[in-house]
Design a protein around this ligand. Structure first.
Ligand code: HEM
Length: 403
């Protein structure tokens, strides 16, 4: 839960992406901003600009000269570790936190791990995971669709790609939550950074003598321009895969289940017409996009007439862009068979999500397996829901019943 700040009175001049009301229901605020002030500003949390129109978000994402990825965190908390305590600190988390040329070649190294072919190889395991988790709660007639299901799947797939034990899934999830969901709490944020950092350093050491068939081992034995990758870079890239691969997809699965629980007609339609699943997955990604990213302005400039200064933070609100009525008809509705859907849930331009094939597969399999066993379900009456927001939006507590 984000720390409370003063209530927001003027979203155009004083927005707060961690405002509890905004986290739970940001849609009307985005609609208002797109109309009245498409480049909003705030002095809160270190200050930032925020784009909500599709055309602006896409233009900024492609403008890598003026908008650098060296600072992609939506929340400033000052909890940055120094290179002497964390060898990854000097490299950040490439490719996501890098500009060209470092971005270009680090991205090229990890992309094959998330190709269609590789991802097809992870599908059977993902299906087994979904089934065994459903086995665990189906007889009870109720479950927390976020905690007992959505949260459990992506972390295990990522653990297998990194070659780290599935039994530590809760620990990995805790660290990633500390880093993203609790980014406004410097102590927790640092705990997450330290947890992931020291765990992966030990895993790297182990693989120097005993390499396996996993991403960390491959990074350790990859070279660039004739030299092995510096260890800090291996660490940063492995950490990125863990951070980017867990919270995001878990949030997407959870939001999609929330939608189906609260829109029984859509759930019934997907059960009756399973061939709609590919377009439904794209539509759920569009309508409930989890990820907002930041950029840092590299030079004093004007963007759409708005004066920005070197060092300013710019939030690229992909979720708001995906609800822009200029681009999407019936933007506020979930249309399971939407035909044209050029959503930017995975970003746009050179940093477009490297794990999108994996995310799509996991979301598809998680929904297919759930609907096969639990075709009708609804939110538990009177139960409290909890959403996380900021960098990644999704339900964290989602009690449902299927008596
Ligand atoms: C529904 C799930 C997901 C969503 C919505 C999502 C969204 C995004 C977005 C918006 C970006 C662009 C970042 C930017 O422009 O700064 C991105 C980048 C990235 N994502 Fe994902 N992601 C998801 C799942 C995954 C998964 C499963 C992985 C696997 C490890 C992954 C790995 C990455 C990586 C490595 C990048 C950096 C690419 C680059 O900078 O070139 N993502 N993601």
């Amino acid at each position: 839960m984000a720390r409370a700040t003063a209530p927001v009175r003027d979203w155009s001049q004083d927005f707060d992406v961690l405002d509890p009301g905004y986290i739970e229901d940001p849609f009307r605020i985005w609609d208002d901003l797109r109309e009245s002030c498409p480049i909003a500003h705030t002095e809160r949390r270190g200050g930032a600009w925020m784009l909500t129109r599709y055309a602006d978000v896409v233009a900024a994402a492609h403008d890598v000269e003026r908008f650098s990825s060296l600072e992609v965190g939506v929340i400033n908390n000052g909890a940055q570790r120094e290179p002497e305590e964390d060898p990854a600190a000097q490299y950040g988390l490439p490719p996501i936190s890098a500009d060209p040329p470092l971005h270009t070649w680090t991205r090229r190294i990890i992309l094959p791990w998330f190709s269609h072919k590789r991802v097809a190889g992870y599908e059977a395991m993902t299906r087994d995971l979904c089934r065994s988790h459903i086995d665990g709660f189906i007889d009870a007639g109720q479950a927390d669709a976020a905690v007992d299901y959505a949260q459990q799947i992506p972390v295990r797939v990522i653990a297998s790609i990194l070659g780290v034990p599935e039994s530590l899934s809760d620990t990995f999830t805790g660290w990633v939550r500390d880093m993203l969901e609790f980014a406004d709490d410097p102590e927790r944020n640092l705990r997450g950074q330290e947890g992931i950092g020291s765990y992966l350093i030990a895993e790297i050491e182990r693989r120097k003598v005993d390499p396996g068939d996993d991403l960390i081992s491959e990074l350790l034995h990859t070279s660039h321009e004739g030299a092995p990758l510096p260890e800090g870079l291996v660490l940063g890239m492995a950490a990125l895969v863990m951070i980017a691969g867990i919270d995001t997809t878990w949030s997407s699965i959870g939001s999609s289940l929330w939608h189906l629980a609260t829109h029984p007609d859509d759930a019934a339609r997907l059960v009756a017409e399973p061939e709609l699943m590919p377009s439904a997955v794209e539509e759920l990604l569009r309508a409930y996009s989890p990820v907002t990213m930041a950029r840092v302005v590299t030079t004093d400039t004007k963007f759409r007439g708005c004066p920005m200064h070197e060092g300013d933070k710019l939030l690229m609100n992909f979720p708001a862009a995906n609800r822009d009525p200029e681009v999407f008809e019936r933007a506020e509705e979930v249309v399971l068979d939407r035909r044209i859907n050029r959503h930017v849930a995975f970003g746009s331009g050179i940093h477009r999500c490297a794990g999108s094939n994996l995310a799509r597969m996991e979301l598809t399999v998680a929904l297919e397996e759930w609907l096969r066993r639990i075709p009708t379900f609804r939110p538990a009456e009177g139960a409290e829901l909890a959403w996380a927001g900021g960098q990644v939006r999704g339900p964290r507590i989602l009690p449902v019943v299927f008596p």
